[in-house]
Design a binder for this molecule. Structure first.
Ligand SMILES: [Zn+2]
Length: 278
């Protein structure tokens, strides 16, 4: 396998570079971008892409690996990178146990990403200085953003107005939810990020989004619209299944192949009962 695409956000010593790998190219959800700023990597990429990732990383001076959450596309090679670069990755407290002990993943995800390797990590602190004593030195704030995963933590660089968003963005509108995702938490977390002073969003699936805040605002609005529309139809007496079909169209192959782990119904079910915290 080869690198599918490369990315660069040029900003002197604080430029960010990325490369995309993936076994299948069925769109952005089956490929993954590892980003680098100076000597720091954000996420480790899927384990079945290790030969490509190793080739790219080998000549680079990498001192720090920050993991946004335990999902295998983000953490799969953390153990191998730790060995290759003689470092201990940082991971959110809530994900460290899973990362250390391993966890099962559904067959579909195994096909796309491979199985994650177990890895020992250090707790990602709330605030961290990366690339210390180099021109790329900068402050990183860890922002807990549960919803997609309990441990999902975005990495905010206030001086550069960068946000490494883990899986908080991916797309302006979503049609599916995993059965373990929490829509109310997701919307809260989007609001938490929107309140930050950032501009450039680095999404490991979508790519570099220069109008990053606007993108998150649109995602939030689209989700709120989906909730109010679902609730309006519910009030008219429509069933969950009717509402799914009316708003998102019938369930498709993804629901079947994932045994309804990833489905439109998961999203509509939570949208029907969503209450904004205000
Ligand atoms: Zn994820």
């Amino acid at each position: 396998m080869t690198v599918r695409n490369t990315y660069a956000y040029e900003n002197g010593a604080h430029s960010v570079y990325g490369f995309r790998t993936g076994r299948f190219d069925f769109g952005i959800n089956t490929t993954f971008i590892i980003y680098r700023i100076g000597e720091t990597l954000i996420d480790a990429g899927p384990s079945n892409q290790w030969s490509t990732i190793k080739r790219v990383l080998k000549p680079l001076d990498i001192k720090t690996l920050l993991i946004t959450h335990h999902h295998e596309d983000h953490s799969g090679n953390a153990n191998r990178i730790a060995k290759l670069k003689n470092l201990t990755p940082y991971a959110p407290l809530l994900g460290r146990k899973k990362l250390a002990k391993g966890y099962p993943t559904p067959l579909l995800q195994k096909l796309i990403w491979g199985s994650p390797q177990k890895v020992e990590t250090e707790i990602l602190p709330n605030q961290l200085l990366i690339n210390a004593d180099t021109p790329s030195q900068t402050k990183v704030l860890a922002i807990p953003t549960p919803g997609h995963a309990k441990d999902l933590t975005c990495l905010y660089l206030p001086e550069q107005k960068y946000l490494f968003s883990g899986d908080m963005y991916i797309s302006k509108s979503i049609k599916y939810l995993r059965s373990d995702e929490n829509l109310a938490q997701l919307i809260n977390s989007l609001e938490k990020l929107i309140a930050l002073d950032f501009e450039i969003l680095f999404c490991p699936h979508r790519g570099i989004v220069e109008e990053g805040k606007q993108a998150l605002q649109e995602k939030r609005q689209n989700l709120l619209n989906l909730c109010s529309e679902s609730q309006k139809l519910m009030a008219q007496g429509l069933t969950e299944e009717d509402i799914v079909i009316k708003i998102l169209g019938p369930e498709d192959g993804l629901a079947k192949i994932s045994k309804f782990n990833i489905s439109k119904g998961n999203l509509i079910r939570q949208a029907m009962t969503y209450k904004h915290r205000d």
